[in-house]
Design a protein around this ligand. Structure first.
Ligand code: HEM
Length: 455
């Protein structure tokens, strides 16, 4: 029988012996997971102050090396020496939910699969999405504005899922499947947090798996129809694409990519938009300034405007995802022994980079707990002190493929909202509200707001 060290890296057991590192594991089995759910910044601040940039921690059922320095972040995300497996990192927590998605594939396999998806995110394709996004946004904002108040998170989720369907997977919704799909995505992400991992009725984890099974079936059932259709959405493109040997890609692969893509496209942007509205509702002066700014923009936003220029609204987006990154941590597993400073980390060890605290490291950010979009302005550019101190979209080969799409969604949605309305909390003395941090940050009560017409 082969010795464990002779097996390929993705068949070896994880190393759980980190006694030589400073740190603490916490409670048996759950470790520090519950502390992280309650107060992620407080937890990582404690580790940083007590143990410095490299320590050991136990979270999500894994004994991990916790990395809290932009140099270490760079090393892991860029992974020039192919030392850090993303597949083995996410597998330990999300295997059943992210199955087959791009973040579950390493190196050459990842490159081939990302190649299939890339064309959907090229400038030409992005231009064609903008019009459709704009129309859906206008309709939704109009509907919200005639209601006494709305739950911003819930409405945003509905809007962004509708956009994701329209752009990535056009379906005839005469049977009103979107609410059921939305619920399945919510169940799936909540299920991923289930501490007891039993696929049995009554457990959160089981509900999550049921959600995923429903979604996968939904996409699998549509593949043949999509192949025969003249649809030009991303799903149709995956279905019609052929391998070098002239065969269609595997149906399972296509359905897995769609589940992951739709999840990545709408849940992250829902959280970011909600947290931006949460901060903006607390600062009406900033809202007026932004309304003046967007009033100067041309009706049809140019490519540069959407994707490259710095403006005050984009600074609000960047600051929101600094304070509340929709992907709060990165998980990887070492393939071979590595060093971080003078600390040796054995092969097959989980490493955790918590973006949520890298974005608040007191040695890199001034007043890290204050919402201050100006830090991203061209004049200040605080985030440019180190290329890896602001990592909401990750970095290296797995850097978010939908980054520009997310930027476009944010600009179009908030231009529509702020040019016509002021966003106000619907409850008195609302700020600061109680926040939920996982799976995505949002106010616990979904952020009740009202839109009042701008004079
Ligand atoms: C504010 C919005 C978003 C944020 C903060 C975000 C963040 C991220 C991060 C951090 C990763 C890398 C994960 C890792 O390295 O472990 C990632 C990957 C990914 N994101 Fe996003 N994302 C956002 C929006 C989107 C959108 C709108 C889409 C699709 C339209 C998308 C699709 C993806 C995909 C497919 C990957 C996997 C890429 C790969 O592994 O090659 N994301 N995202």
């Amino acid at each position: 029988m082969a010795h464990a060290s002779e097996l390929p890296y993705d068949q070896r057991p994880a190393n759980r012996d980190l006694k030589h590192l400073e740190g603490e594991y916490g409670l048996p089995f759950v470790g520090k997971t519950l502390d992280m759910f309650r107060d992620p910044q407080g937890l990582f601040e404690h580790y940083y102050e007590k143990y410095g940039p490299v320590s050991r921690i136990s979270i999500t059922g894994n004994k991990c090396v916790l990395l809290l320095h932009p140099d270490h972040v760079q090393r892991v995300l860029m992974d020039r020496e192919k030392n850090f497996s993303i597949k083995m990192g996410w597998q330990s927590v999300m295997a059943d939910f992210f199955q087959g998605g791009l973040v579950m594939r390493d190196y050459d396999e990842h490159r081939v699969h990302r190649g299939i998806m890339n064309s959907a995110f090229k400038p030409q394709a992005m231009r064609s999405y903008a019009d459709r996004v704009q129309r859906i946004v206008e309709r939704s904002v109009e509907r919200w504005s005639v209601q006494d108040s709305i739950l911003f998170y819930d409405e945003m989720k509905r809007l962004l899922l509708e956009i994701a369907f329209d752009v990535f997977c056009w379906v005839d919704d005469s049977e009103n499947v979107v609410p059921e799909i939305s619920k399945a995505f919510t169940d799936m992400m909540e299920g991923a947090l289930g501490i007891v991992r039993l696929d049995m009725p009554g457990f959160l984890y089981h509900r999550g798996l049921e959600g995923r099974r429903f979604l996968k079936r939904f996409f699998m059932d549509l593949i043949e129809k999509k192949r025969r259709s003249s649809d030009e959405d991303v799903f149709a493109h995956f279905c019609k694409e052929k391998t070098e040997t002239g065969e269609y890609y595997d149906d399972e692969d296509i359905a897995d990519h769609m589940v992951f893509l739709m999840l990545a496209a709408h849940d992250t942007t829902t959280s970011a938009s909600t947290m931006a509205a949460y901060h903006l509702s607390n600062d009406w002066d900033l809202q007026s300034k932004l309304a003046d700014e967007v009033a100067e923009w041309p009706e049809e936003l140019g490519f540069d405007h959407v994707f490259h220029q710095t403006n005050e609204l984009i600074c609000v987006f960047y600051e929101t995802i600094r304070m509340h990154p929709p992907v709060p941590l990165f998980l990887r597993r070492t393939i071979r022994e590595c060093r971080f400073g003078d600390v040796e980390v054995p092969a097959d060890t989980m490493v955790c980079v918590p973006g949520t605290y890298i974005h608040r490291l007191p040695d890199w950010w001034s007043h890290p707990n204050t919402f201050d979009p100006v830090r991203f302005s061209d004049e200040v550019s605080e985030h440019r002190k180190h290329n890896f101190m602001w990592i909401p979209f990750g970095g290296g080969a797995h850097k978010c493929i939908g980054m520009h799409f997310a930027r476009m969604l944010f600009l179009l949605t908030f231009r529509e909202l702020l040019s016509k309305h002021q966003i106000e909390y619907a409850k008195p003395d609302y700020y600061p509200a109680k926040l939920q941090h996982f799976p995505f940050t949002r106010p616990l009560d979904s952020l009740p707001v009202r839109l009042t017409a701008r004079g």
